[in-house]
Ligand binder design. Structure first.
Ligand SMILES: [Zn+2]
Ligand SMILES: [Zn+2]
Length: 446
């Protein structure tokens, strides 16, 4: 038998540690994994010189923008950034312009993305107005639903407990997952108005408005609202240890909930925000050093389910505004997430096993991608090949994203994605994009 592709001189992580092997691919799927001598012949053979193959990485929290926000990022530039960062699947958030909050909007987005994407993309939908639409949106391909408690783009009144509870009941019936941006709107907008009225446009005022309390309150509220409803809730970018503790307790009590953290909340602090200003302005904001260290410790212990980039590109001028209340929150993260985590691995702070779990295995499991997240025969041939010892300096001017800045600018990192394979096609090789737009697929939940 002659298969499509054979990757030779590879290494993979097994229960016995990092082991040499080869991998063959047929029809976009992993056909065999094992000692090279035991593998079938292939039409083409690719020697990866002892590099390590990880199951394709999945980032479940990405803002690819496009539509009316294409000037910030579009489906092509955003998925080039994903491929360059080693991600084979990304899930795109619905707070676009126009927002993805109806069947029509979802269909428009999928049609527009189809010919432009380089990696697999799944789309979130916002909460629709009519409860029956959750079902239709899921059937149309929405991978999950998103609710933004601070800057809602749904037509529902997210401040109304009974409205939100009914919506959670409706989603629960579809078995779909809900991702929540948990920051309490009343706490934040009240303080924002107060500061704005007094002309306080300082970074400190921003931190005070987006207090840890605002996150904790929102998490408490959601946990209270979903009590007794069978709905899977995923907390986006948890930034506070106290918020995380509530989630861990609720999980222990049996609630079907999960959560994610971002590299910026793990590796940056309030001091970085005060130094970098708009470049490090995100919501929820950066917290104290102690908080960041504790989030990292929780990640290491397995108390955090996923790591996501929350890739949220803006124009540089939108990040450089003097008035803190006018700075667009969000930073590009697709091209820094994996190197930052591999650096932690190289420093002995986290195992490679855990990195694979939080960036591939668990995202596939939590979001229900049954043929992704593992290097296994019959699974999709989505592969992230890394040079674990490659040292380099993060230089945003080399980003494939349209956002060419980063709070991690100048950081020395160890560990780099060198090839990204999507469905058996090589889409990124040594930093260069090697596939045409349309190489990626729009995915739904099977
Ligand atoms: Zn958010
Ligand atoms: Zn986000």
């Amino acid at each position: 038998m002659l298969v499509d592709t054979k990757i030779v001189n590879a290494k993979i992580l097994t229960v016995h540690g990092i082991t040499s092997c080869g991998i063959t691919i047929e029809d976009g799927k992993i056909h065999s994994i094992g000692l090279e001598a035991s593998l079938p012949n292939a039409s083409r053979s690719v020697d990866i010189n002892g590099k390590v193959v990880l199951p394709g990485l999945i980032d479940v929290h990405v803002h690819l923008r496009d539509l009316d926000l294409s000037f910030k990022e579009d489906f092509h530039s955003g998925t080039c950034a994903a491929a360059a960062g080693g991600f084979t699947t990304v899930l795109d958030m619905p707070n676009t312009k126009p927002p993805t909050n109806s069947l029509l909007r979802l269909k428009e987005k999928i049609a527009r993305a189809a010919g432009k994407i380089l990696v697999n993309v799944g789309f979130y939908s916002d909460f629709p107005k009519a409860p029956e639409d959750f079902n239709y949106l899921k059937a149309e391909g929405a991978v999950a639903f998103k609710i933004h408690l601070l800057r809602p783009t749904t037509e529902l009144n997210v401040d109304d407990d009974s409205v939100l509870r009914s919506a959670f009941k409706a989603v629960g019936k579809t078995k779909a997952l809900v991702s929540v941006h948990a920051e309490d709107r009343s706490i934040i907008t009240e303080l924002e108005s107060k500061f704005q009225a007094s002309g306080d446009t300082s970074l400190a005022a921003f931190l005070e408005a987006h207090s840890p309390e605002a996150e904790v309150r929102a998490i408490e509220r959601i946990l209270r609202l979903i009590k007794g409803i069978n709905v899977r809730v995923h907390f986006a970018h948890v930034s506070t240890l106290s918020g995380l503790k509530l989630i861990i307790q609720a999980k222990q009590a049996g609630l079907p909930i999960t959560c994610e953290v971002t590299p910026h909340h793990l590796f940056l602090t309030e001091e970085d925000f005060l130094r970098l200003k708009g470049i490090a302005l995100i919501t929820p904001p950066l917290r104290t050093r102690q908080n960041a260290l504790r989030l990292m410790a929780a990640l290491k212990r397995g108390q955090v389910d996923l790591v996501v980039s929350d890739h949220a590109p803006h124009l540089l001028e939108e990040k450089m505004r003097e008035n803190v209340w006018e700075i667009s929150p969000g930073i590009p993260g697709l091209e820094t997430t994996l190197p930052l985590l591999l650096t932690q691995f190289n420093c002995g702070h986290i195992s490679l096993r855990r990195i694979i779990e939080v960036l591939s295995e668990k995202p596939a499991k939590v979001f229900g991608f049954k043929t992704k997240g593992r290097l296994k025969i019959g699974y999709d041939a989505d592969l992230t090949i890394v040079d674990l010892t490659k040292k380099f300096t993060i230089d945003p001017s080399n980003f494939h994203s349209k956002a060419k800045y980063s709070p991690f600018n100048g950081w020395k990192v160890v560990g780099k994605p060198v090839q990204t394979w999507v469905g058996g096609n090589l889409v990124m090789d040594d930093g260069m994009i090697t596939a045409n737009p349309g190489a990626g697929r729009v995915i739904g939940v099977a």
